[in-house]
Design a binder for this molecule. Structure first.
Ligand code: ACO
Length: 378
């Protein structure tokens, strides 16, 4: 039998059948369970979207109220986990802390019975509820501040900002973060979701599966690009220098962060929505010169690379939004992760429904049948 051909990065190779989300990369379409992202970001809330992504339908008012209350109740991290996060080195990256703390959540929570729908559901809800609190907790720890207990009476976005600062957040900040979380909640078979499903396929709980996914999301080619976009914008002196900066990058064959996508060959619909969010925020709180640089960069990059399908992706405008909200640059990727756990959990549940252990093949290119040489003869 001839060996199958290698497809680098498994580009275009289906890894599962899924009904969680849909992308048309040519047209720039993204739907969660069939609902366009534009409609959800305009009319929905993160809690409603998390329910939709998990269970496939929009919730009734009663279902949403019960789910929101459940997330509020479940968001209190067990005391042992709080102590664990307090002991993390403050110099660690917040994504490393998040990966470790979601794994740690599994150490202090009841064992998940994968044959029991209620047990799986409770575990998924716990991950979605606790993750934002864990992000905020590590922010407090590394700033040398006291842990702020989560509140059950507010939304996920409001509670996150509350846990971060210990003060009532501004309405615009809550609204913006809620919308950004909707836009980041799910995104088909990307690297981190695939990592989640691979780990789930070994019959693992959502704590281990989601912490593995967070590890994959950390990388600069994936979720880690958002913090690099802002650093990149900071290194460009002004609108007039964008073209020269870009020409230098291209001459060095370097990548421009926040552009390009494996699936989208047009502007990422989430980038469009985040740009709108940024504009709304700037109208309220004042603009930033980095936004003008970003607009020029988009013009310059797409003029040169647009015919190769390279356009702004989700990470291009999110950093500008988060910076305006006063968030630390290295917490941008954890913000992505704390929204995406709902997508990960939906994929975890879906993977377990009809599980087959992931065990791909390889194309062996090494040597064979070599004779062992004793160390004295080498
Ligand atoms: N800037 C400049 N050139 C680019 C960029 C970019 N951002 N993206 C792709 N290219 C070029 C590559 O240099 C390559 O050129 P070549 O054929 O001459 O060697 C070609 O386009 C194909 O690039 P690949 O990296 O092989 O394409 P892939 O489909 O794997 O790209 C990826 C997807 C990894 C996201 C890429 O566009 C990239 O590295 N972008 C920058 C990082 C980034 O913004 N990541 C966030 C993605 S969104 C997310 O994960 C949440």
């Amino acid at each position: 039998m001839s060996s199958p051909e290698l497809v680098p990065g498994l580009a275009g190779i289906p890894a599962a059948e899924s009904s969680v989300s849909f992308i048309d990369g040519q047209k720039g379409v993204l739907e969660y369970r069939g609902y366009p992202i534009e409609e959800l970001s305009e009319h929905s809330t993160y809690e409603e979207v998390a329910w939709l992504v998990l269970y496939g339908e929009l919730p009734t008012a009663d279902e949403l109220a019960a789910f929101t209350a459940d997330l509020g109740r479940l968001r209190v991290p067990p005391p042992a986990l709080v102590e664990m996060v307090k002991a993390f080195p403050r110099t660690g990256h917040p994504m490393q802390a998040l990966q470790a703390s979601i794994a740690g959540l599994g150490m202090v929570c009841p064992k998940v019975d994968l044959n029991d729908a209620a047990s799986k559901d409770a575990a998924a809800r716990r991950v979605i509820a606790v993750t934002p609190v864990l992000v905020a907790l590590f922010e407090r720890v590394r700033a040398g501040q006291e842990y702020v207990e989560p509140r059950a009476d507010v939304t996920t976005a409001a509670n996150f900002l509350w846990c971060l600062d210990g003060v009532e957040p501004a309405e615009i900040a809550v609204k913006t973060l809620d919308c950004a979380m909707i836009l980041h909640a799910e995104h088909t078979m990307n690297a981190s979701t695939f990592a989640c499903r691979v780990v789930a396929s070994t019959e693992n709980d959502p704590y281990t599966s989601c912490s593995s996914a967070v590890g994959a999301l950390f990388g600069p080619l994936h979720g880690g690009a958002n913090e690099r976009v802002l650093k990149q914008l900071s290194t460009i002196d002004g609108v007039d220098t964008v073209q020269g900066w870009f020409d230098e990058k291209i001459a060095k064959k370097a990548k421009v962060m926040g552009f390009g996508h494996r699936v989208y060959k047009t502007k990422d619909p989430r980038a469009k929505n985040l740009q709108t969010l940024a504009i709304q925020l700037f109208e309220e709180l004042g603009s930033t010169p980095k936004y003008d640089v970003a607009l020029k960069l988009e013009e310059v990059v797409t003029a040169k690379l647009g015919d190769r399908g390279i356009y702004p992706n989700v990470d291009f405008f999110s950093g500008l939004v988060y910076e305006k909200l006063g968030l630390q640059i290295d917490v941008f990727t954890p913000l992505f992760a704390m929204a995406r756990v709902s997508g990960y959990c939906a994929h975890w549940l879906e993977q377990l429904e009809d599980n087959k252990l992931f065990r791909p093949a390889q194309i062996y290119v090494g040597q064979r049948e070599r004779k062992y040489v004793p160390i004295s003869e080498r």
